[in-house]
Design a protein around this ligand. Structure first.
Ligand code: AP5
Ligand code: MG
Ligand code: ZN
Length: 219
């Protein structure tokens, strides 16, 4: 059996990380691990983690590194060997370093970065709707079969609390200042693969699969 895929997916808020990671996880038979989804589930369940994360998320700020790193390292320790697509992590230099320590220098196949212009991500976020139970992602232009009931689990499909104009502006600024510089960190390690994330979901998926298969064949 081929060894399990271990990769990161990155891009601006609204670039389509969650949309593509869910399809790719299915295609490659590995876990889709979204730190944003984990935090939203914790908020909904009113756990201590959720209570810590909620204020930061609603303002569009990053959750403190020690909190995020703890959650991800725990996941990797228990399930990392089975393969994963990490969506929305790492977002800071400290997170990237903690990840390298957890998986080792040869522990990742690639970072797939979805390149999408800012005006397009802003329009995508404005129309986004998500399942409040399972996190499945929709858009006003591609709604579930029954409005607004999740196709996957039957949960209520709603707008995210942090998809407000102010929070989106804060999130995009955090991306420029703290997350975008990580592309250099992964380029130096020869792990960065960028694709054009503009185009419809299936077109971007086809580009992503070609890029991942190419990177694995070359490594
Ligand atoms: P998170 O949930 O990760 O949010 P984000 O980074 O803001 O990214 P999004 O989920 O907004 O965008 P996406 O790229 O997944 O786009 P999507 O596929 O939904 O994080 C939320 C918060 O949690 C953070 O702000 C922070 O507070 C905290 N957090 C999380 N991780 C953290 C970390 N590591 N450190 C610190 N704090 C952390 O697509 C968007 C929309 O576009 C959807 O409606 C979709 O249907 C549509 N769409 C997707 N692709 C296409 C396409 N090709 N064509 C047309 N429409 C499309
Ligand atoms: Mg997402
Ligand atoms: Zn659902």
């Amino acid at each position: 059996m081929a060894y399990a895929l271990k990769m990161l997916i990155s891009g601006k808020q609204g670039a389509g990380k969650g949309t593509q990671a869910a399809k790719l996880a299915d295609h490659y038979g590995v876990a889709h691990v979204s730190t944003g989804d984990m935090f939203r589930a914790a908020v909904k369940a009113q756990t201590p983690l959720g209570q810590t994360a909620k204020g930061f998320m609603d303002r569009g700020e990053l959750v403190p590194d020690d909190v995020v790193i703890g959650v991800v390292v725990e996941f990797l320790t228990n399930h990392g060997d089975d393969g994963f697509i990490l969506d929305g992590f790492p977002r800071t230099a400290a997170q990237a370093e903690a990840l390298e320590e957890a998986v080792g220098e040869d522990g990742l196949d690639l970072l797939l970065d979805l390149d999408v212009p800012t005006d397009i991500v802003v329009a995508r976020i404005a129309g986004r709707r998500v399942c409040s139970e399972c996190g499945a992602t929709y858009h006003v232009d591609s709604p579930p079969n029954v409005q607004w009931v999740c196709d996957v689990c039957g949960g209520a499909v709603v707008q995210r609390d942090d998809d407000t104009e102010d929070a989106v502006a804060t999130r995009l600024q955090a991306y420029q200042e703290q997350t975008k510089p990580l592309l250099d960190f992964y380029a130096e390690r020869d792990l960065l693969v960028q694709i054009d994330g503009d185009g419809d979901v299936d077109e971007v998926f086809a580009r992503a699969v070609a890029a991942i298969d190419g990177a694995r064949a070359g490594s």
